[in-house]
Design a protein around this ligand. Structure first.
Ligand code: FE
Length: 207
């Protein structure tokens, strides 16, 4: 039977039985922490479960608020780290930079080195985000990669790619879709899909 893939081809290289160096390091570190009595296996399990249950919902809330409240948007763009602090999501030592899409410039995020991602706001990154294929290609041919995600931008829109680092995470503030005037913030937040905050897609249009 044919093996079914979803529309991205980026997932392929994250599959497979071999452990990566990072995975091996994680296992070694975890076993050491348990052996030394620093953490229990149960504590680690609970934390991993908590991480896996995080969703991009908070991101949608933040974006919808920025669309509705100019004063919040200004603060968000000036100092993302400080603006999201009131949502009780510790960024730790990380800096959050929010980048606004405009009718002239579309922005997209990658971590070319590994998989840096604003996890406290968007949850765990999708498999394709971590794939070598995405990381390499979106830098070289962003327009083509975006088209493969179904995001076709007209030629007069400039595409900028932003490379995350261990200390700096990006969140895209997408353009507010047309026809959303008068919608409540909760309704707006529902239009903000995860991928639009990474920049590979646009928010949903109101139905
Ligand atoms: Fe990274």
């Amino acid at each position: 039977m044919a093996h079914e893939h979803d529309h991205t081809e980026f997932q392929a290289d994250t599959e497979g039985p071999e452990l990566t160096e990072t995975q091996l390091r994680e296992i070694a570190m975890r076993e050491l922490l348990i052996e030394k009595g620093v953490l229990t296996a149960e504590q680690i399990r609970v934390q991993v479960e908590a991480w896996e249950q995080k969703t991009p919902a908070l991101g949608g809330k933040i974006i919808a608020r920025a669309w509705e409240e100019p004063e919040f948007k200004k603060r968000l763009l000036e100092d993302g780290t400080a603006a999201v602090a009131e949502y009780d999501v510790g960024m730790g030592d990380l800096e959050l930079k929010v980048i606004e899409n405009t009718p002239e410039v579309h922005n997209v995020v990658v971590c070319t080195l590994c998989s840096c991602y604003p996890r406290t706001i968007l949850g765990l990154p999708p498999a394709w985000y971590k794939s070598f294929n995405y990381r390499r290609r979106v830098v070289r041919e962003p327009r083509k990669v975006l088209a493969e995600f179904g995001t076709k931008l007209s030629d007069d829109i400039e595409v900028r790619v932003h490379d995350s680092t261990a200390d700096l995470r990006f969140l895209i503030l997408p353009l507010r879709p047309e026809g959303t005037e008068g919608m409540r913030q909760e309704e707006l937040a529902d239009l903000v899909n995860r991928d639009s905050m990474i920049g590979v897609s646009l928010p949903r249009k109101p139905s």
